[in-house]
Design a binder for this molecule. Structure first.
Ligand code: DX5
Ligand code: ZN
Length: 232
């Protein structure tokens, strides 16, 4: 099976109604989401607190696409099995979260989940050069992690460098933070294929007005596809 490099939209449920996750997840999937992005924050690696394995387990039955779990926690290793058992399809750890990213990625792959490695804005692409054979995804942060609704930081140079380093390996380049119909073409043209978007997908919509989610998702996808010549 050839590797799917088409543009994928992964709404971040950090911007969803926390009191209604089940219906919010189903609504974004019905409206065209390719993946569901789940931001796990520990109040230590990042200055915010969100979900643990029990919440991820509760989300699982509502996700029919791919549950893309972004771990902004340190340490990571003690929690890998719990997130895998909770049903994460992709588990992404930050290269800055500890001294043993190679071991962490091996441990994630050992659970059967797909492995991802994330880089904060201040971290160079070279930091992951020696683990590209251990991952299914590299996540380029385009905001300093911890909150939704922040302004986009231009990391197109880093994305292009990663695209070259990855070569023809089956590895997605995911971009996370400040992705909108205006910034999506920049990152897609640089080589990103998975676009996380929180505030840009959920703004103006709700479970009752889910059509707005669809419009927002299509606007981001079309802008990215147009920029990469993937538009139908
Ligand atoms: C930030 C998270 C992002 C965030 C994106 O630390 O990793 O996934 O939710 O939200 P927006 O798209 O609003 O920047
Ligand atoms: Zn994220």
């Amino acid at each position: 099976m050839s590797f799917d490099r088409r543009i994928k939209i992964a709404p971040s449920i950090l911007s969803a109604d926390f009191a209604d996750f089940g219906r919010e997840i189903r609504a974004i999937e019905e409206q065209g989401a390719d993946w569901v992005h789940v931001d796990v924050m520990d109040g230590h690696f990042v200055p915010n607190l969100t979900f643990g394995p029990p919440a991820v387990k509760a989300f699982r039955p509502h996700v029919s696409t791919v549950m893309d779990v972004h771990l902004m926690i340190a340490p990571v290793d003690p929690y890998i099995d719990a997130f895998a058992e909770a049903g994460a399809d992709i588990i992404t750890a930050h290269v800055e979260a500890g001294p043993h990213i190679h071991r962490t990625l091996q441990a994630i792959r050992a659970t059967g989940a797909r492995a991802g490695v994330a880089l904060n804005p201040g971290t160079p692409a070279e930091a992951v050069a020696h683990v590209l054979d251990l991952v299914d995804l590299v996540c380029v942060m385009t905001v300093n992690p911890g909150f939704g609704g922040q302004s986009f930081l231009d990391m197109t140079g880093k994305i292009r460098a990663l695209r070259t380093m990855i070569g023809d390996r089956p590895v997605h380049i995911e971009v996370d933070g400040g992705v909108t119909p205006e910034t999506a073409p920049l990152v897609a043209r640089a080589g990103a294929d998975a676009l996380v978007a929180g505030s840009a997908v959920f703004k103006g919509g709700s479970v009752a007005k889910a059509g707005v989610y669809g419009e927002n998702i299509r606007a981001i996808r079309q802008a990215a596809e147009l920029a990469t010549g993937q538009a139908a």
